[in-house]
Design a protein around this ligand. Structure first.
Ligand code: HEM
Ligand code: HEM
Length: 182
């Protein structure tokens, strides 16, 4: 497969749709995991968190496979090699999180004996409780959430630095596909 010249429309839709959904689900997760609040609100947020997380898993699997199949286009700008390496590592951490976070959340919930309702339309039934799977998946989900938060802050910070300080076309290319700034 030759290296793509830019991010095509599919890659850009994949990136932004999964990015927005992941940021929303991550913020709700961090709220649920770290703050108290009204029981009913927490319940509704938890249901939305789970259902949207499962959607991310389904579309995320397609998104990650598409990226693996296509490969990454070359960077728009020439950067010091440590920054290139850091950006690459962040991309792989983010791609992994798109699968690992919803999968661990799903396993932790199902193996705790709770079915997962997808917006009340249908439900994924719970198997027998298995404590070690629930606990392991819970650990991965908890630690993974913080790793995702740090990777995301570095990723967005990097994108802003490219756009506003280096003033190159890195963000423009992910928004429009064009590799130059006019
Ligand atoms: C406001 C938030 C975000 C901004 C401004 C942003 C910006 C960007 C930009 C400019 C690139 C292109 C980098 C390059 O050409 O080297 C990129 C790539 C990438 N971003 Fe984001 N991003 C955001 C959120 C996210 C989130 C939440 C995720 C993960 C869930 C994510 C995952 C990725 C990945 C994996 C790539 C590599 C290319 C691809 O597979 O799409 N981004 N992002
Ligand atoms: C991109 C997808 C997801 C992200 C980024 C995410 C993130 C998080 C984070 C950061 C927390 C707080 C850490 C903790 O207390 O363990 C959390 C809690 C939780 N997540 Fe997720 N999650 C995702 C998907 C899912 C899915 C698909 C499910 C289940 C089907 C799920 C179920 C839960 C549950 C039950 C909690 C605990 C809520 C509470 O304390 O009341 N998550 N999630």
């Amino acid at each position: 497969m030759p290296q793509p010249a830019t991010y095509d429309a599919t890659s850009r839709i994949n990136h932004w749709a999964i990015a927005i959904a992941t940021i929303v689900v991550l913020c709700i997760g961090l709220y649920l995991g770290n703050f108290d609040g009204d029981r009913e609100l927490r319940g509704n947020l938890r249901d939305f968190h789970k259902a949207t997380g499962v959607l991310i898993l389904v579309f995320g699997a397609w998104r990650v496979l598409w990226r693996l199949f296509q490969g990454f286009p070359a960077a728009v700008a020439t950067l010091p090699s440590w920054q290139m390496t850091a950006a690459k590592i962040m991309h792989w951490v983010l791609l992994a999180a798109v699968i690992v976070m919803p999968l661990s959340g799903l396993l932790k919930t199902l193996f705790a004996g709770y079915p997962v309702s997808i917006y009340g339309i249908f439900s994924i039934p719970a198997p027998e409780k298995v404590e070690w799977v629930r606990d392991l998946a819970g650990q991965v989900h908890g630690i993974g959430g913080w790793i995702l938060l740090v990777a995301l802050l570095l990723h967005v910070g990097g994108a802003m630095k490219h756009h506003f300080i280096a003033r190159d076309a890195t963000l423009v290319r992910m928004l429009t596909g064009r590799s130059t700034r006019s």
